[in-house]
Design a protein around this ligand. Structure first.
Ligand code: C2E
Ligand code: CA
Ligand code: CA
Length: 698
C-alpha cells in the first residue's frame, strides 16, 4: 500500500499529475453514471408498477362476473387479451382460494397459487425490475371472488439502462483520456520550464554565471525563474568582487606596484618551480642579477618621479629580452633578476646562452631613454650564476649572482660576470675567439684542405673541402673549435661564403687539368648559412662568376637545417638541384632523421656519420645502424658514402654491404691543395693500390 502510495505521489511530476487527474475523472464519472442509472431504474420501475396495476385492475373489473360464473373460457379470453402488451410476463385469474382459472401459460390452469395475500387488497408481490408482479382482488360488489394477477417484464427498461451504462462507460473513458491528455500537456509545460531552471542551475554549478532563466507570464514558475535570476545576478556580482579582490591581493602580494613585475616573493616561488620542473635535472637554468650603474645619481639629481619612470622603462625593456618561459622580477630599488629556464644540458653551452641574454640586456638598457622630456643614459652591471636542479638553495643562488654582479661593477660596470671562474674563462675564450675570427675574416687567415673521396675501386672521385684557420699566434685552429663559435655569432655566414667562393674557384682551376677535371668537390654548408634567404642566389652568382660545371659541386647539409622551417629548406634544396648542384646529407644518423621527411628531401647522397664507422667492428649496434643506413639509401635511390674510414677491415665490411663510396684516413687525411694534387698523381698509375696516411697530416 505504502509502495503504491509512494509510486503514485513521488516520481516524476508528469506521472503524478496524470494519475491524479485520471483517478479523479474516473471516480467522478463513475459516480455520475451510477447515480443516473439508479435514478433511471427507479423511475422506470415506478412506471412499470403503475402500468401493471392499471392493467390488473381493469382485468379484475372486467373478469368479476366471469369468475363468479366460473366461465373459464371467457376468463381465458380476458387473459389472452393481455398479450397485447409486449412486456407481458404472464397474466392469470384465480378464484378466492388461489386456484388458477385462466393463465397465459395453459399448463398452469387448475394449479394452486399460494403466495397471494390473505386479505383482498391490491398487492405488489414483486418489485423486481425483471418482473413486476401485481395482484388485484376481483370484487363483485362487496364480495371477494378471486384474484387478477399480472407480471410485467422490463425488456425495454433493461435495454435503456444498459444503453445508459454503456454510454456512461464510454464517457468515463473519454473523460479519463481527455483529462490525462490535458494533464500531460500541463505537466509538459510545467516540467519543461522546471527543467530550464534546472539547466541554468547545472550551468551555474559548472561555473557559468552568465546564464539566466527566460521569464514571461505571471505564474508561480515565472516567479521562481525571476527569483533565480535575481539570485544569479547577486552571485555573479559577488564572484566578480571576490575575484577582483583576490586579484588585488595577489597583485599586492606578488607584484611590484611600480613596474608590475614579479616581486621578491614571486621570484622565489618561480625559482623554486624552475628547479622542480621536469627538465630541471638535465637542463641548466641561469640567474641574472642586474643592477643599474648610475641610478642613485639620476634619482638624486632628477627626482623620484623621473627615477620611477626610468625604472618602468627598464622593466619594459627587460621583458623584451626574455622568452615566455623565463621570468624578470624586481627585487627593489634598481635591482632586477632574470630567471632563464631550459638552457642547454652542457654547462659551457648554458653559460653561452646566459651570456647571450646578458648581452642583449646590456644592449637594451644602454639605449638612450626619453623620460618626461629628459634624454637619459643608463647601463647595467650583471652577475650570472648557472644552476642545475637542486644543487644549491635559492638564497645561495641569489647571493652568488649578487656577488658576480659586484665583480662586474669592479670590472668597470656596464658588463657581465659569471660567478663561476671556469665559466667566465669559457665565455672569455669564446668572445676572444669571436673577435679573432672577425680579424681572420678581414685578413684572410683561412685555407681549404681537401680530403679525397674514393669509389669501390679506390679511384678518387672527388674531395671534401675542409676549412683550416692559420692563427698568427696559435697556429692551426681546428674547425671543430671555431665553427661552433662562428655559428653562434653569425660569423659563419661570411666564413661560409668565403669557403664557397674558394671551392668554386678551385673547381674552375681543376676543370682545366686532366688529373682533376673529373673530381666533385663537396662543400660543407652550415644550417645558419643555409637559412639565409640569399643562399641560392649566392651559389648561382658564384657559378656564373667562375663558370664551373655545376655537377662538380656538391653541398653537404646537416639535418639541423630542417628543424626550423622544413618547407623553406626543401624549397631551397629543390632550387639548388635545379641548378645542377648535388646535395649530400652529412653526419647522417646523428640527427633527427625521420623517414617521413627523408622521403621528401631532394637529395643525392647520404653520408654515414664517422661515429658509426669508427666502432663498426666492435659495436654491433653501430654495425646495425650502418647496414640500415646503407639499405635505406639504396631503397631511396641515394648514393651512400662512409666517412672516417680508417682501417682495411672497415673498408672490407662496407664494401661487402655495397657501400662503395668512402672517405677517411685510410685513403688520406685532409691535405693542402698541392699535397692533394701529389696524392692524386701518385695514385694514378696503380688505381687499385691503397696509400694510407699520405701527405701532410692535419
Ligand atoms: P665534417 O663535415 O663531418 O667533416 C669531417 C671531419 O672528419 C673532418 O674534420 C675530417 O678531418 C675528419 N675526418 C676525416 N676522415 C677521418 C678519419 O678517418 N678519422 C677521423 N677521426 N676523422 C676523420 P675537420 O676538418 O676537423 O672538420 C670538423 C668539422 O668542422 C666538420 O665535420 C664540419 O662540420 C666542420 N667544417 C669543416 N670545414 C667546414 C666548412 O668549410 N664549412 C662549415 N660550415 N663547416 C666546416
Ligand atoms: Ca662534411
Ligand atoms: Ca660528417
Amino acid at each position: 500500500m505504502r509502495a503504491i502510495y509512494h509510486w503514485l505521489f513521488s516520481g516524476p511530476l508528469r506521472r503524478q499529475l496524470i494519475l491524479a487527474v485520471a483517478t479523479v475523472h474516473a471516480v467522478m464519472m463513475a459516480l455520475l453514471v451510477w447515480d443516473l442509472v439508479s435514478r433511471q431504474q427507479s423511475v422506470v420501475l415506478t412506471q412499470q408498477i403503475e402500468k401493471a396495476r392499471a392493467v390488473t385492475n381493469s382485468m379484475a373489473v372486467s373478469s368479476a362476473g366471469w369468475v363468479l360464473a366460473r366461465d373459464v373460457v371467457g376468463l381465458q379470453e380476458i387473459v389472452d387479451a393481455q398479450q397485447r402488451f409486449p412486456e407481458l410476463g404472464f397474466a392469470m385469474i384465480c378464484d378466492v382460494h388461489g386456484k388458477v382459472l385462466a393463465h397465459t401459460d395453459p399448463t398452469r390452469i387448475h394449479q394452486d397459487v399460494t403466495d397471494l395475500p390473505t386479505t383482498p387488497v391490491e398487492t405488489t408481490l414483486s418489485k423486481n425490475p425483471a418482473l413486476v408482479d401485481v395482484a388485484v382482488p376481483v370484487m363483485l360488489g362487496q364480495k371477494h371472488v378471486g384474484w387478477a394477477r399480472i407480471g410485467l417484464g422490463h425488456d425495454r427498461m433493461a435495454a435503456e439502462i444498459d444503453a445508459i451504462t454503456r454510454d456512461g462507460i464510454i464517457y468515463i473513458f473519454g473523460a479519463v483520456l481527455a483529462g490525462s491528455l490535458l494533464a500531460a500537456l500541463m505537466a509538459g509545460r510545467i516540467t519543461r520550464r522546471l527543467y530550464r531552471v534546472k539547466d541554468v542551475a547545472d550551468l551555474v554549478r559548472a561555473g557559468n554565471y552568465d546564464q539566466r532563466v527566460e521569464v514571461g507570464g505571471d505564474d508561480e514558475l515565472t516567479a521562481v525563474g525571476a527569483g533565480l535570476n535575481t539570485m544569479l545576478d547577486e552571485l555573479q556580482r559577488h564572484t566578480a568582487e571576490l575575484k577582483a579582490s583576490n586579484e588585488e591581493i595577489r597583485t599586492l602580494a606578488f607584484y611590484d606596484p611600480l613596474t608590475q613585475l614579479p616581486n621578491r616573493r614571486l621570484l622565489h616561488d618561480r625559482l623554486q618551480r624552475s628547479r622542480n620542473s621536469r627538465s630541471a635535472s638535465s637542463h641548466h637554468g641561469a640567474l641574472l642579477f642586474i643592477d643599474l650603474d648610475n641610478f642613485k645619481n639620476l634619482n638624486d639629481t632628477l627626482g623620484h618621479d623621473i627615477g620611477d619612470l626610468l625604472l618602468q622603462e627598464c622593466a619594459r625593456r627587460l621583458q623584451l629580452c626574455i622568452r615566455e618561459a623565463d621570468t624578470v622580477a624586481r627585487l627593489g630599488g634598481d635591482e632586477f633578476v632574470i630567471i632563464l629556464n631550459e638552457l642547454a644540458e652542457q654547462p659551457d653551452e648554458a653559460a653561452m646562452q646566459a651570456e647571450a641574454v646578458g648581452n642583449k640586456v646590456i644592449d637594451e638598457l644602454n639605449r638612450i631613454y626619453d623620460v618626461a622630456g629628459h634624454e637619459l643614459r643608463s647601463s647595467p652591471s650583471i652577475g650570472v650564476v648557472v644552476f642545475r636542479g637542486h644543487e644549491l638553495e635559492s638564497d645561495e643562488l641569489l647571493k652568488r649572482a649578487d656577488m658576480a654582479m659586484y665583480q662586474s661593477k669592479a670590472a668597470g660596470r656596464n658588463t657581465l660576470r659569471f660567478f663561476d671562474p671556469a665559466m667566465q674563462a669559457t665565455v672569455n675564450a669564446r668572445s676572444e675567439m669571436e673577435s679573432a675570427l672577425l680579424v681572420a675574416i678581414q685578413t684572410n687567415e683561412f685555407e681549404l684542405f681537401y680530403q679525397p673521396q674514393v669509389d669501390g675501386n679506390d679511384h678518387a672521385i672527388g674531395a671534401e673541402a675542409l676549412i683550416r684557420w692559420r692563427h698568427p699566434q696559435r697556429g692551426m685552429v681546428s674547425p671543430a673549435e671555431f665553427i661552433p663559435v662562428a655559428e653562434e655569432s653569425g660569423l659563419i655566414v661570411p666564413i661560409g661564403h668565403w669557403v664557397l667562393r674558394e671551392a668554386c674557384q678551385r673547381l674552375a682551376i681543376w676543370a682545366n687539368q686532366p688529373e682533376t677535371a673529373h673530381l666533385v668537390l663537396a662543400v660543407n654548408v652550415s644550417a645558419r648559412q643555409f637559412r639565409m634567404p640569399t643562399i641560392v642566389q649566392e651559389v648561382k652568382d658564384l657559378m656564373a662568376y667562375t663558370g664551373i660545371d655545376p655537377s662538380r659541386l656538391k653541398l653537404e647539409l646537416t639535418e639541423g637545417l630542417l628543424l626550423d622551417n622544413i618547407d623553406d629548406a626543401i624549397d631551397k634544396m629543390t632550387q639548388l638541384r635545379a641548378l645542377g648542384v648535388s646535395l649530400a646529407l652529412d653526419d647522417f644518423g646523428t640527427g633527427y632523421s625521420s623517414l617521413n621527411y627523408l622521403k621528401k628531401l631532394p637529395l643525392d647522397q647520404l653520408k654515414i656519420d664517422q661515429s658509426f664507422v669508427r666502432d663498426l667492428l666492435d659495436n654491433s649496434e653501430d654495425e646495425t645502424i650502418c647496414r640500415a643506413i646503407i639499405a635505406l639509401g639504396n631503397s631511396l635511390g641515394l648514393a651512400v658514402i662512409a666517412e672516417g674510414v680508417e682501417t682495411e677491415a672497415q673498408r672490407q665490411f662496407l664494401l661487402k654491404q655495397h657501400c662503395l663510396l668512402a672517405q677517411g684516413y685510410l685513403y688520406s687525411r685532409p691535405l693542402p691543395e698541392n699535397d692533394f694534387r701529389d696524392w692524386l698523381i701518385r695514385r694514378q698509375p696503380q688505381a687499385s693500390e691503397k696509400v694510407g696516411y699520405g701527405g701532410t697530416a692535419v
